[in-house]
Write a protein that binds this ligand. Structure first.
Ligand SMILES: Cc1cc2nc3c(=O)[nH]c(=O)nc-3n(C[C@H](O)[C@H](O)[C@H](O)COP(=O)(O)OP(=O)(O)OC[C@H]3O[C@@H](n4cnc5c(N)ncnc54)[C@H](O)[C@@H]3O)c2cc1C
Length: 539
């Protein structure tokens, strides 16, 4: 069963090795485990619903409403763990068809209720927060719209209910010999509709594309009518309506059906581990590689701190010790960087791509160590976030902040993000363990994905929330100062809305606000997300 106050299925756990515990204690001091709130206590605090008896599809029991009150951001996490209940929706509807979504939206529009579309609930950017409002709040949960509706094998197009989660989607496609190939780390729960409206990126976007390249068309219900986007191989017919839907974060309407471009299951897939001597060599190597446009499916480059952290987390201290001695003899000592490379496709193409990639990388001092670590990475590819549960139990907090920037600023921004975090925690006399990888590489630049671990503050919700807010704000300023995007893959939500203006400019922001008014004149759709046009919010 899905954990109510942590990541993932409660039958899955990731252990911290002795070495990893010692590393945390050395880097951050002893952890400070707190007393977790109980779910029953949270349910008991839910106020009476303002939507009781309004519609047969709307459930108003406190238990169901609590589950829709949170996403997976760090703020959501500590609210659940410390029992700091934010406003919850007044009711939750589970539509099973486009018609039911239309009916619910019409009802909400007529009665001026706020609507928050809820899909996998994996937002890490405050997309699902409920404002403090006089207006009743209706959560529309899309999880029952989870079926493959049509597969056009000739065009390699598949249409799904927008609430289809990753495993449901891949299972239905695989049964017919196809894959979408979209694997965000939240794959277990996030949905195809959620991916589209937050502009998601999967681990193998290098081969399959981001969701922008995979989204071919669909159907969206809005408070003022329906928008159906046909699938076309290409068009020069003015601005593309798909661009309106992608990144709309529930502001314009509810996407009910999504058509995606699928591929036949690949003949071959393997993941390979390669070490490079230091960051400068590694960055130059992957930039050259990516600009050669070889048909690879994944490149994931860890910086020196992340490489060392991953090796410690792997456990097997003797084996890793042996590997490190071997790598040092080959020129990859302290500061070495781990590159994970994926090759996917027809056997011959995959073999050729790997051979060419290794040739390019070896000119930068790369040491190839084979597929054992890659196979381990692949089998654990969705398990990393479970470590957050384990760390919390040990008294440590963790969060991630990500962006993307052109190549001249990649290293500068990476170092500045890590240093900003250290400076923030130094104000509290605390340390933070900051490390980074480049998960999505482009000929023009790269995503920069930093992770932060620190000892949970004593004193419950308020001091932990304050530290996290300072961290987010300071790192966001650093990103803006280096020309990075507000988000490469996690979207804007409420948490990043304050910085959107830096990227879009005044006219861009006015255009977005006008689009919201156009589709949603009464401002019922997920207000306060993407644009800072609603509040107040619970702290
Ligand atoms: C552990 C973890 C790892 C993650 N890894 C990645 C990653 O690798 N790549 C990545 O891109 N993201 C990642 N994310 C972020 C998150 O999974 C994505 O933003 C995802 O696309 C959200 O999808 P969801 O179905 O969970 O949507 P939700 O979280 O339920 O909703 C997100 C937003 O979309 C709106 N929405 C959802 N569905 C619809 C719809 N059908 N119509 C209209 N509005 C809708 C909601 O109102 C909300 O504003 C990760 C998150 C976690 C917790």
């Amino acid at each position: 069963m899905r954990r109510w106050n942590g990541w993932g299925d409660d039958a899955t756990a990731m252990e911290l090795s002795e070495g990893a515990r010692a590393m945390m204690a050395t880097l951050l001091g002893p952890g400070r485990p707190g007393q977790d709130a109980q779910r029953a206590g949270m349910v008991a605090k839910i106020p009476p619903s303002r939507l009781s008896g309004q519609h047969a599809l709307i459930q108003t029991d406190a238990d169901t409403r609590l589950a829709m009150a949170f996403g997976e951001s760090f703020a959501d996490w500590i609210r659940k763990r410390f029992g700091a209940l934010p406003p919850a929706p007044d009711g939750v509807a589970f539509p099973e068809s486009t018609e039911q979504v239309r009916e619910l939206l019409a009802l909400a529009h007529a009665n001026n209720w706020i609507v928050i579309p809820f899909a996998g609930g994996t937002s890490v950017s405050g997309h699902l927060d409920c404002p403090i409002s006089e207006r009743p709040i209706l959560s529309i949960n899309l999880s029952r719209m989870n079926r493959l509706l049509h597969l056009d094998k000739l065009s390699q197009l598949a249409t799904f209910g927008a609430g289809t989660a990753g495993p449901q989607l891949e299972a239905q496609l695989r049964a017919q010999g196809y894959t979408l190939g979209h694997f965000p780390q939240s794959f277990e729960y996030s949905t195809v509709g959620g991916w589209v409206v937050t502009r998601s990126s999967g681990q193998q976007s290098l081969r399959y594309g981001r969701i922008e390249q995979l989204f071919a068309g669909g159907h969206m219900e809005t408070p003022v009518g329906a928008l159906t986007i046909p699938t076309l191989p290409a068009a020069s017919a003015g601005p593309d309506m798909r661009e309106l839907v992608m990144g709309s974060e529930g502001r314009f309407g509810i996407l009910t059906e999504v058509t995606v471009r699928v591929s036949p299951l690949p003949e071959h897939e393997s993941f390979h581990a390669i070490f490079l001597p230091n960051w400068d060599a590694a960055e130059a190597a992957v930039r050259t590689l990516i600009q050669r446009r070889l048909p690879l499916s994944m490149t994931r480059l860890s910086n020196g701190i992340e490489t060392q952290t991953s090796l410690t987390l792997a456990g097997h201290a003797r084996l890793i010790g042996w590997l490190e001695r071997y790598l040092a003899l080959r020129g990859c000592g302290e500061g070495k960087c781990l590159l994970m490379l994926g090759v996917t496709g027809e056997h011959r193409n995959a073999r050729n791509a790997l051979r060419e990639a290794r040739r390019t990388l070896s000119a930068h001092g790369a040491v190839y160590i084979g597929t054992a670590m890659g196979a381990k990475w692949a089998s654990n590819r969705f398990k990393g976030p479970y470590l957050r549960n384990t760390l919390w139990d040990q008294g440590y907090s963790a969060d991630t902040i990500e962006t993307a920037v052109d190549w001249p600023n990649v290293k500068k921004l990476m170092l500045a993000m890590e240093q900003t975090a250290r400076d923030v925690f130094a104000q509290y006399g605390e340390r933070v363990h900051a490390f980074t990888h480049l998960s999505h590489l482009y000929p023009q630049g790269s995503s920069v994905y930093s992770q932060f671990v620190w000892a949970t503050a004593p004193g419950g919700f308020a001091p932990n929330f304050e530290r996290w807010q300072k961290l987010k704000a300071a790192v966001a300023d650093t990103i803006a100062a280096h020309g990075g995007t507000v988000s490469h893959q996690h979207g804007v939500g409420r948490d990043h809305a304050a910085h959107l203006q830096d990227e879009k400019g005044p006219l861009g922001m006015a255009t977005l606000a006008q689009l919201c008014r156009h589709f949603d004149p009464k401002k019922i759709m997920n207000p306060g997300k993407l644009l800072q046009d609603e509040g107040p919010w619970a702290t």
